[in-house]
Design a protein around this ligand. Structure first.
Ligand code: PLP
Length: 449
């Protein structure tokens, strides 16, 4: 039996999603004229909302001059200006930008740069990478091997590199013990990371890789106070690099341009993507410390990597305008203020909800975790697909939100993420929380709760 309605290989092969035909700030418009409030920017992408006139204008200016020139022959004005905008002031010592087409490519480049750096300095034995369970670093095979998302890894496990091992995530709601203080929890995680270095042989570890605020796999999970300072110390002590994956949580999403600014540390290599171009073009970037790049310049003289669409001029032009708007319009102030409002509204609506176990996040990056039982933190049966039911009910009700399953351990657990655009208003936030509340209650009702 054929149920084909489209030649596009969609995410579900049984269902063709409605066509999106327009955008208007925080709203997406479907082919039937329905307006959907885009409360998650897709997957935390659309940080300026849709159809921002300044970005459209920048795109058309660049398109009228030059759409593409291969980086084997040319640089371009937008690429140079974007790099200057991002790393001209060397934030945290990051002095160079390598522009790719998305988050997975940014992570692949980060892993390869770390590996090449150690070859260049005469430490080729450094071939291990430590990451965390309940993390996501992308879907290409290298990035998938780095990630600790159990259900995404499972079918491809035989193809994934053994160079990556995984430690306990800094996920207080599920990992912090009852009698443990926040400081004790952070100390236990640091001790486990130290033990992993020792197990592998400290001189064999190239880098530790982590998301400063975990995104879609666990739902906006911030680390305990002091955790990232301990991680930085351990990496330094063993001569390993720290790679931070800010593909989802970076570029202002948590209230500072880089999430690591709020942890009191900086990485050696950083991956960024979604909020970099805000969805106006596919773009990601690896940011690397001046020290690493200077070392390679003096060594082999080239990063041994590359893609056809590196530093694509149109993509860089869009991202440059997005970043200029965020800076000139001081939108991060809005992220912080509105983030406080979102937290308050979520707490009012769900703080006493019998099936919402945790409300967590930072800036305009928040999630609620659904549980069958608040006291035991027991998840719902994954077969009920509660998070998908909430997504569908919200969509029906004119709200786009980002659900996830496997929240607790990669198999069990449900959460819903919100990542509204930085241009949202407090009225938008009120509508988002109201509609999400109705969606949660109607989805729970549909499974008998
Ligand atoms: N890293 C993180 C933290 C992400 O959230 C994602 C995507 O969701 C990726 C990497 C992969 O990015 P992309 O889907 O653009 O390849």
């Amino acid at each position: 039996m054929s149920i084909r309605t489209s030649r596009v290989l969609h995410r579900s092969l049984r269902e063709t999603p409605p066509k999106a035909v327009g955008g208007d700030g925080v709203w997406l418009i479907a082919e039937d004229g329905r307006r959907i409030l885009d409360a998650s920017g897709g997957a935390a992408v659309s940080c300026l909302g849709h159809q921002h006139p300044r970005v459209l204008e920048a795109l058309s200016r660049q398109a009228s001059k030059l759409a593409y020139a291969h980086t084997g022959f040319f640089s371009s004005e937008p690429a140079e200006a974007l790099a200057e905008q991002l790393v001209g002031h060397e934030p945290g010592g990051l002095g160079y930008a390598y522009f790719v087409s998305g988050g997975s490519e940014a992570v692949e480049a980060s892993i390869k740069l770390a590996r090449q750096y150690f070859i260049e300095i005469g430490q080729p034995q450094r071939q291990n990478f430590i990451a965390r369970r309940q993390s996501y670093h992308g879907n290409t095979l290298g990035a998938l091997a780095a990630g600790g998302n159990a259900w995404r890894r499972e079918p491809y496990a035989p193809l994934l590199s053994q160079a990556f091992s995984h430690v306990t995530p800094a996920f207080a709601y599920h990992e912090q013990r009852d009698a443990e203080s926040e400081a004790d929890f952070a100390a236990r995680l640091a001790a486990e990371l130290e033990a992993e270095f020792q197990r592998l042989g400290p001189g064999t570890v190239a880098a530790f890789i982590a998301e400063p605020v975990v995104g879609a796999t666990a739902g906006c999970v911030t680390a305990p106070e002091g955790y990232f300072r301990s991680v930085r110390d351990i990496c330094n002590r063993h001569g390993a690099l720290l790679i931070l994956d800010e593909v989802m949580c970076g570029m202002g999403r948590t209230g500072t341009l880089h999430a690591w600014e709020q942890e009191g540390i900086a990485p050696d290599i950083q991956a960024i993507a979604k909020g970099l171009g805000g969805g106006y073009q596919p773009i990601g970037a690896m940011l690397a410390s001046t020290g690493i790049i200077d070392t390679i310049r003096q060594g082999s003289g080239a990063f041994q990597h590359g893609h056809t669409y590196l530093a694509h001029p149109l993509a860089c032009a869009a991202a440059l305008e997005v970043q200029r708007i965020i800076a000139e319009e001081k939108l991060l102030d809005n992220v912080r203020t509105l983030g406080g409002h979102l937290e308050r509204r979520l707490t009012e609506r769900f703080g006493n909800h019998r099936h919402v176990g945790d409300i967590r996040g930072r800036g305009l990056f928040w999630a609620i975790e659904l549980v069958a039982d608040r006291s035991s933190r027991e998840s719902f049966d994954p077969g009920l697909k509660l998070n998908q039911k909430i997504k569908a009910a919200a969509f029906e009700n004119g709200l786009g939100c980002y659900p996830g399953g496997g929240t607790a351990d990669g198999r069990r657990g449900d959460h819903v993420m919100l990542a509204p655009p930085y241009i949202a208003t407090s009225d938008d936030i009120d509508v988002i929380v109201d509609r999400l509340g109705s969606a949660v209650d109607s989805a729970l009702k549909s499974i008998g709760h």
